[in-house]
Design a protein around this ligand. Structure first.
Ligand code: HEC
Length: 110
């Protein structure tokens, strides 16, 4: 009897996962895109953030992640497919890139 209950419980978790909204999924992916979260550098709303400030040979350097919530889809898409100096390379599917774009540009996120 107990095993049936456990199976039922597991099944209901699987089912529950079907019901997360697109927005919830998008937010999850933004903070955990199989690697360091986009939010860590670009901020929760994708407004861009200062990552670090340091001095190099007496010069003050400010390392900043740009705002990514008002750029076109093609710029967004291309940026995620190339390698960068600071930003890590991700291996996202086309669908994941679209969902991330939906997230950062959506009004609900602002
Ligand atoms: C370690 C910090 C860091 C993380 C994490 C990070 N980025 Fe970036 N991102 C940057 C920096 C810095 C740039 C500026 C360009 C560069 O590094 O070449 C950038 C550039 C971009 C651009 C190009 C913007 C433009 O106007 O051309 C996009 C789009 C972008 N990031 C999206 C993302 C997304 C989506 C994620 C998560 C999957 C992410 N970034 C994770 C630091 C980060």
């Amino acid at each position: 009897m107990r095993i049936i209950f456990v199976v039922f419980l597991l099944l209901s978790f699987v089912k529950a996962e079907d019901f997360i909204t697109k927005m919830e999924y998008a937010k999850m992916l933004y903070s955990n895109p199989r690697g360091i979260g986009c939010n860590k550098c670009h901020g929760e709303q994708g407004n861009g953030e200062i990552i670090a400030k340091y001095k190099n040979k007496g010069k003050k350097i400010v390392l900043k992640a740009p705002s990514i919530n008002s750029i076109s889809f093609s710029v967004f898409d291309q940026a995620l497919k190339k390698t960068h100096k600071v930003m890590p390379t991700y291996f996202l599917t086309e669908n994941e890139i679209e969902i991330l774009y939906f997230y950062v540009t959506s009004e609900a996120n602002k």
